[in-house]
Every structure is written in structure tokens, then in C-alpha cells.
Ligand binder design. Structure first.
Ligand code: NAD
Length: 423
């Protein structure tokens, strides 16, 4: 019989009690329960305050990418993720551009958009004019809810109104343009959208439904550029290969999803290490890639007059240093300290540079020896560990499987048995 999962009052219990229930329900061993309990740098108590129904924690590897020279400043870049090769690729690619000055980045400011949906408006275009005419009052009301943000120079700066056609007829969308300073801003913007809603109803004569931030952060873009000397990436053929790989991605969404995923390997890893809302970044990135109506590359690749590789990246980057997990997760705080960034836009620019580095590393590997060579060694170690190898045996078995071109779980198991038997 299936175990009933409708445990009454589960959410009210302390983590230990919840863990006990789950342990008994699914038959976890004491060792497994202990592993869940050992939450590493984040105390169970703190984890319990971050999300609901907590019973433990999961630790990701935390690594530091090297070689990043961004706007003439060196950075050690913390990255947290489970995928092998990403940190090595970022570090290598960052090294390839140092001779050309590294990464050059800029941003459009920490500006987010809050949307207020209005339905049932008889004269949407007339209502749009009425809302815009009352812009200053709307902004005052929005800013009244967050004096701290205003004090730091942020706050609601503008109001825009659009009339959209939908399957339910025309609707008005009133957009608050909010400078979020060093916050990612979702809470701040959502609060503003909620507080001005009654005023928007009054001005439009309609009914307000949704009041929520947009993750398509087109006003919070980060831009990065880097030149990679042809000799640093492996010669002219590799440069041409990267250009062909880019052209393929930009023309075909099936390839482009994977191309942009490579960029997100770097973006999300730094985001995770620094406690960002990486779902917000993913949503923004892919929506931005599709903004023309066709899903396209977030980066561009060209050849300079000298035959070097010129890469650029432009994408939304809604990251913060205040609020969210960044402010409460002790490891995220350490990550920010390692990076040494002082503002949210500086963090955004570093992440943009990492995205570009990750992209060139993947394109270079794909256009030359293929992605598997670099991947395989690390992947082989994971497979060996999964098959039960420990200590020195992990590397030994991994090396053997790579040599045999047979990185497979069944082969790893055989080798574990064979080699563990030997004295
Ligand atoms: P927050 O509300 O915790 O912190 C922001 C507030 O900090 C500001 O409103 C301001 O009052 C204050 N502040 C102090 N010093 C500041 C400074 N220098 N710059 C800016 N603000 C300063 O956090 P938030 O950034 O508004 O919201 C982020 C959280 O919202 C994330 O955890 C995210 O996951 C969550 N969230 C996301 C979405 C979404 O992306 N769709 C929706 C809802 C919630």
C-alpha cells in the first residue's frame, strides 16, 4: 500500500520531528538521517527559516574559478554546481583572454519591471492616458512603501502602460519601473505593485488582478566583451570552428538551447554560490533570447582584423547583495567576500563575464576535440564513485575506463570487484 503523504500539521513541526516521520515512513537508516541532518555551513535552524517543511540540507561542491580579469581587476570566482568540467572550462577560458586585457563589462542599471494587470476596462486607451497623467501620484504611492530603497537612491522611477490583446479580450498592463539598487528586488517591486493597485483601479475604472515582478528584466542587462587571441584558443581553424558553431546555434533553436545552457552553466553556478534566485535568472535569460520571436544566442562571436576571436554577451542579470538568500546563507556571504564585489551591478557584470567564458570554452571544445574528452575524466570518477569505489581506487578505475573508452557503470562495478580483491 502506498504511504499516505497527507501528514496533518507536518509544516508546523520542527525539522527533527519531520525527519523522524519521513525516516519511519520510507525506512531511512540512522546513517541516512544523519547525513540529511548534517547541513554543512547552513545550520538546520537557519534552513528551516528559509523554506517550508525542512528536514535537512544538501551540499553542493563549492569551487573557485581562477584567471578572471574583468575591467582590469582580478577576481576569484566562487561557483557551486554538480557538473564536472564547468569550473575548469571557465578558468581556462578566462586565461585565454588575459593577454588581450580580459573581460570588459557594463550594465544598464539595477532596474526591474513590476506588472499590474487590469481587466474589464471599457476604454483601455483612454484609461492608459489617465494613468499616465497621474504618474507622479502613482510613483509617490509606490515609493512610500519602501523608504529604505528610496534613501539608497532607488525606488519607482517611471510608469508605463500598455494595452495588450489576449484571448480574454484587451487588457491594460501598467508597468512600474523600479531601480532596485543592491537588491534583486522581487519583494520590493511586488510590494510596490500591490500598494498602487487600488489607485490604478480608480484611474482605469477596471479591476486589478496580477501584481508581480517580470523576470524578463530587459532594463537590467549586463554586457560583456572579450577578445581571445587565435593562438590562445588553438589557431585559425579553431576560430573558424567557433564561428560556425555560433552560426549553427543562432540559426537553430535545438542547438541554441544547448548553446545558451552552456552560458547558464557559468551564470547559475556563480548565482548558486552567492545565494541568488537562479530560477529568475534562467527565466529572464531564455525569455530574452526569444525576444525577437525566435530563440537566439545570448552571445555573438566574430573574427577581428587580426584573426582573433571576439565574443560578446548581453543578457538580463537580476542579482542582488541585499535580501534573499545572499544576506542569510553563511556560505553565500563567504562567496561574496571571496569575489570582493561591492554592488549588485558589479556582481552582475562578473556573472556576465563568467557566462561568456563558459560559452567560448564549450564552443572551442565542440569545434575541436569534442566535449567528451574533457568531460570523460571527471565523469569517469563519478561513475567509479557510484559503483562503490573509494580512496585511491576512484582515480585508478576512472583512468582505466577512460583508457578503455568504456566509461560505464557495469564496467566500473567489475573493476571495483576486481581491484578490491587484490591485496
Ligand atoms: P528583500 O525584500 O529581502 O530586500 C530588499 C529590500 O532591502 C529593499 O526593498 C530595501 O528596503 C532594503 N535595502 C536595504 N539596503 C538596500 C540597498 N543598498 N539596495 C537595495 N535595497 C536595500 O529582497 P528583494 O531583493 O526585494 O527580493 C528578493 C527575493 O524575492 C528573492 O529571494 C527571490 O527569490 C524572491 N522572489 C522572486 C520572485 C520572482 O523572481 N518572480 C517573486 C517573488 C519573490
Amino acid at each position: 500500500m502506498a504511504r499516505p503523504s497527507n501528514v496533518s500539521g507536518f509544516y508546523k513541526l520542527p525539522p527533527e520531528e519531520r525527519l523522524k516521520i519521513i525516516k519511519e515512513a520510507v525506512g531511512l537508516s540512522n546513517e541516512e538521517a544523519d547525513l540529511l541532518r548534517s547541513t554543512g555551513g547552513l545550520k538546520l535552524d537557519a534552513a528551516n527559516r528559509m523554506i517550508e517543511n525542512v528536514i535537512g540540507g544538501i551540499t553542493y561542491p563549492f569551487a573557485v574559478a581562477t584567471n578572471f580579469l574583468i575591467n582590469s581587476r582580478d577576481y576569484f570566482v566562487p561557483m557551486a554546481l554538480e557538473e564536472p568540467s564547468v569550473v575548469a572550462a571557465a578558468s581556462n577560458a578566462a586565461g585565454w583572454t588575459r593577454g588581450k586585457g580580459g573581460f570588459f563589462t557594463s550594465n544598464t542599471g539595477p532596474v526591474m519591471i513590476g506588472q499590474i494587470q487590469v481587466v474589464g476596462v471599457r476604454d483601455p486607451f483612454g484609461a492608459k492616458m489617465d494613468i499616465l497623467a497621474a504618474k507622479d501620484r502613482v510613483l509617490d504611492r509606490a515609493n512610500g512603501v519602501d523608504p529604505v530603497l528610496v534613501k539608497f537612491g532607488g525606488g519607482a522611477k517611471d510608469v508605463e502602460v500598455k494595452v495588450i490583446d489576449t484571448v480574454r479580450g484587451p487588457m491594460i498592463v501598467c508597468e512600474l519601473i523600479v531601480d532596485c539598487r543592491d537588491a534583486m528586488g522581487a519583494n520590493a517591486v511586488n510590494s510596490m505593485a500591490e500598494i498602487v493597485a487600488p489607485m490604478i483601479e480608480e484611474l482605469s475604472g477596471g479591476k486589478v488582478l496580477l501584481r508581480i515582478i517580470s523576470n524578463l528584466a530587459t532594463r537590467r542587462l549586463v554586457r560583456a566583451k572579450a577578445v581571445f587571441a587565435k593562438d590562445a584558443v588553438g589557431g585559425e581553424d579553431v576560430v573558424d570552428g567557433v564561428l560556425d558553431a555560433f552560426a549553427f546555434a543562432d540559426a537553430d533553436p535545438y542547438r541554441c538551447a544547448t548553446h545558451n545552457k552552456g552560458i547558464m552553466n557559468g551564470v547559475v553556478a556563480v548565482a548558486l554560490a552567492t545565494g541568488q534566485d537562479h530560477r529568475a535568472l534562467e527565466a529572464g535569460a531564455h525569455a530574452y533570447a526569444a525576444r525577437s520571436g525566435r530563440y537566439r544566442s545570448l552571445s555573438t562571436w566574430e573574427k577581428s582584423g587580426d584573426g582573433d576571436l571576439v565574443g560578446t554577451l548581453e543578457m538580463p542579470m537580476a542579482v542582488g547583495l541585499i535580501g534573499g538568500a545572499t544576506a542569510v546563507h553563511p556560505i553565500a556571504k563567504i562567496a561574496v567576500k571571496i569575489l570582493g564585489v561591492k554592488t549588485a551591478v558589479e556582481l552582475a557584470e562578473v556573472i556576465g563575464a563568467v557566462g561568456l567564458a563558459q560559452n567560448v570554452a564549450a564552443l572551442r571544445a565542440l569545434a575541436s576535440e569534442g566535449i567528451q574528452k574533457g568531460h570523460m575524466k571527471l565523469h569517469a570518477r563519478n561513475v567509479a564513485t557510484m559503483a562503490g569505489a573509494t580512496g585511491d581506487l576512484v582515480d585508478k578505475i576512472a583512468a582505466k575506463m577512460v583508457e578503455e573508452h568504456m566509461v560505464r557503470f557495469d564496467r566500473a562495478k567489475q573493476l571495483v570487484e576486481e581491484l578490491s580483491r587484490k591485496p
